[in-house]
Design a protein around this ligand. Structure first.
Ligand SMILES: *Cc1c(COP(=O)(O)O)cnc(C)c1O
Length: 451
């Protein structure tokens, strides 16, 4: 019996990609091949250009701190590059905070979010002087107990403007029932937030993040506008400008269907200015927390095809990029389709007649398929497939299923008069020793004792 594919065929591969030279060079230099069957790649000039576009779009806002949402590409060299380009860092766990510190971000440019901060995490944040956005009134009471006057930390409160969902439920953080922030339209919540500020002269920031991929600009802008209006209300009620900054989150969606960057940061600023004209008046300092929109289109995954086969009249290619590095796409294929390109063993784009092929990964579960029925030139052993737009939340956020190693990550740029592609190692592929160590090797006998 033939099973219907669970997802539509997905976006077509690019006719030619700005990464073609990098793919060929990666194969030529042995970074992709039998010894390195899967790796992530980051276009560092592209990252710089994306940061510049962000700064440019917000240039009319007098005081703005652009932080990078560390979870989108939690790799120290990437974070350090972003720090060098003048960004701050948004972190949401002790691990991300550690990476941000190692990357060299000044504490004043780090913002700690997360809905489940422990007392220890809050203490550390205060000792370092990083900004803390409390996720709830309950967490604010913890901060009351832990805070001392000497701390340099800026304190904010996250609110959920409850403006509704985008097209991907799990990415929508401003629904009526979302777990983040104080649900502003619930009975009594708005008054409680105003009181919380009245009781705490040191609470000077409001934070919101309406959602990530799938939220239209108007929805994000509406959530920011509700937050701006709340700040105005708090300041009017208190008779003083206590709220001095607004952290408007990230969430600019990324176009995964072709090469173009749309929407852009300038489109977002236009939507914001339309929804909340006062936002750029200079009355409030602004903080942003973009992740995906800075990195996604500046990275790709390359993977070697190990085998191909036919099953039930379907052609299946088995490259080494599956759920361990394209987790969301494999688990939610309808929401996260990726463009896939076909390259030969020499790293040159494949041409010729196309054939519908399932692109399956190396994990041992049947659903480990990154694309169903994708029309590509016929793949064979030794070919290379490229998963485009995967610079954020893909190779940097691997899944340890099947004890597959975390793939190597390389940065690259064209250098020199001949435009040769130069690579730099961002992360080595995980070794078998490291996998064994992470899997409890040091405690190998632990369960034999006392049996
Ligand atoms: C994930 C997240 C971001 C970044 O979202 P992107 O869609 O990657 O821009 C920003 N702020 C918060 C609080 C987040 O959880």
């Amino acid at each position: 019996m033939t099973q219907p594919p669970p997802a539509p065929p997905g976006p077509a591969p690019p006719a030619a990609s700005r990464f073609d030279a990098a793919v060929r060079a990666a194969v030529g230099q042995g970074l992709l091949g039998e010894r390195g069957p899967v790796a992530g790649f980051i276009d560092t000039d592209g990252v710089r250009a994306s940061v510049a576009a962000l700064h440019h779009a917000f240039a009319r806002a007098p005081g703005v701190l652009h932080t990078f949402a560390a979870k989108a590409c939690s790799l120290v060299p990437v974070l350090r590059l972003l720090a060098a380009e003048g960004m701050g860092c948004e972190v949401a766990s002790p691990g991300e905070l550690r990476l941000a510190v190692e990357a060299g971000f000044a504490p004043a440019s780090i913002v700690l979010d997360s809905p489940a901060k422990t007392r220890e995490e809050i203490r550390l944040a205060l000792a370092l002087g990083v900004a803390v956005n409390a996720d709830s009134l309950e967490e604010l009471r913890r901060v009351d107990a832990l805070r001392n006057r000497a701390t340099a930390s800026v304190f904010g409160l996250r609110v959920n403007p409850q403006v509704g969902a985008g097209s991907i439920g799990p990415m929508s953080t401003a629904t009526d029932t979302a777990k983040f922030g104080v649900a502003l339209r619930d009975p009594g919540a708005r008054e409680a937030v105003v009181r919380a500020f009245a009781d705490r002269p040191w609470l000077t920031r409001l934070h919101t993040h309406v959602g990530s991929q799938g939220c239209p600009l108007e929805l994000i802008a509406a959530g920011v506008a509700r937050t701006y209006e709340l700040a105005e209300e708090i300041n009017a009620t208190l008779g003083t400008r206590q709220v001095t900054s607004l952290d408007i989150g990230g969430g600019l969606p990324v176009n995964f269907t072709d090469e173009t960057v749309r929407p852009g940061y300038a489109d977002y600023v236009t939507a914001l200015a339309g929804a909340a004209p006062g936002l750029f008046s200079g009355r409030y300092g602004l903080v942003t927390e973009f992740g995906r929109s800075l990195l996604a289109k500046n990275g790709f995954i390359g993977a070697r095809v190990e085998y191909t086969k036919d099953a039930g009249a379907r052609r299946i290619a088995l490259p080494h990029a599956g759920a361990q590095t394209a987790t969301r796409t494999v688990l939610m294929p309808g929401d996260w389709p990726l463009r896939i390109g076909a390259f030969g063993p020499d790293g040159a784009p494949k041409s010729g007649p196309v054939l519908a092929q399932d692109i399956a990964g190396p994990c041992c579960f049947a659903g480990d398929v990154v694309a169903y029925g994708r029309e590509l030139p016929e793949l064979t052993e030794g070919d290379v497939v490229v998963l485009y737009d995967t610079g954020a939340y893909y190779f940097s956020t691997p899944w340890a299923y099947n004890s597959l190693p975390r793939p190597a990550v390389y940065g690259f740029r064209s250098a020199g008069p001949d435009g040769a592609v130069v690579f730099a190692t961002v992360r080595d592929a995980q070794t078998m020793d490291a996998i064994a160590a992470e899997s409890g090797l040091a405690h190998a006998d632990a369960l034999l004792l006392g049996g």
